[in-house]
Structure formats: structure tokens, C-alpha cells
Ligand binder design. Sequence first.
Ligand code: MN
Length: 219
Amino acid sequence: MSLATYKKKRNFSQTPEPAESKKEAWQSRFVVQKHRASQLHYDFRLESGGVLKSWAVPKGPSPNPSVKRLAMAVEDHPLAYADFEGVITEGEYGGGTVMVWDRGTFKPENGDVESALKKGELKITLRGKKLKGSWVLVRTRGRQWLLIKHRDRYASDVDIALSAPTSVVTKRTLAEIAEDEGGDVRKAASGDPPGIPRRTRVLRRKGRRRAVWGAESSE
Ligand code: MN
């Protein structure tokens, strides 16, 4: 899946063979799903080898390079999972509300993803809506990894879990997703930052639910 070996064997200033295109370098997807299951966590998933390699990050990614976030390796997920936002039935595995908290594409920085993961250190550049720039996943022991931001122009000491708490796809809070999809609203709301504005009502228009913010809509 990776072109690391192809690139390593060639000097593209000397050979007329094609190098990796920019588009190819950024073709792999990543997603971070905020998941209010038995405990709130953020599922960090990277496309590799036709699956989503996955870690559960209890506190979520931090753009602060001095903050190391525990990331527990969990089972690979199918690629289609990257688009899942909704409610997993209570009592089922992972029961609770899932939000697409961030997504985009990434580029591996140290060879191909599979071999970097085997070595226990994967450096990646993320191009998401919330997460950007260079990051590293380092294995400490067993399934325990650390997710750390590298120092670059995207490093920041902002608490991004609080400053950017909603879905990048639908702008909804966890409580709103639970409300729309028949989940446990109270439980989901406990994963939203305290004091976050609540949607006041939901209008139905053209068969689709549409969120309206504020006291009164002019329409
Ligand atoms: Mn999860």
C-alpha cells in the first residue's frame, strides 16, 4: 500500500521514472471519533492496508507538544467506519453516542505505516479540520501508545477538546446527536463541555432535520 520502498530505491533527480504525486502522498484518511461509551474517549483512526488502524485516546489529542496523551491500541475497523456518526445501542459493544470529531488526510513521515507501527514509532502529518501538522504515535508497552504533537506552527496550548467540541460533519454536540438518533441524551451530554449552548429546537423541513440556534427563527 505504501510507496516507501519504491521511493527509497530511486533518485528522482536522476531517473525519468515518476515520483509519488502530491495527491498520492495525501490519499490516506484519518478520523477522530468522539465516543461517549462507558467512558468518554476519542477513537483515533488511520487508514492503512485497507483498514482503519485504531487507538482509543481517553483525553483526546492535544496540540500541546508537552502533553503526551495515552492511546490504547484497539482492533482494526473497516474503512466505512470513518463516516459513522450516531448511536450504538446501549448494552451492545461500545454502546453510546459517536461523533465525527475530526477528519482529513494524513501523510506518513517515517516510511510506510505498517513497518513504522511494527517498530513502535509512527510519525505522521495530519491535514484535518482541527488537527494539523506533525504528530507521533510511540509505543510504550503492549497496547499502550502515546500520541504527541511535534513542535511546528500548528502547536498550541489551546484545550481543543473544549474549544472545538462539535462534529466536523454536522456541527452537532454529542447531546444533539443522541437526541436526533434516539440515544441517551443525558449520558451523551455528559461528554459535551459544560455550558455549551444547546440547540433550542429542531425544525423538520423537506423531510430533513434542521437545527435552529437561538430563541426564534425568522423563517
Ligand atoms: Mn470507542
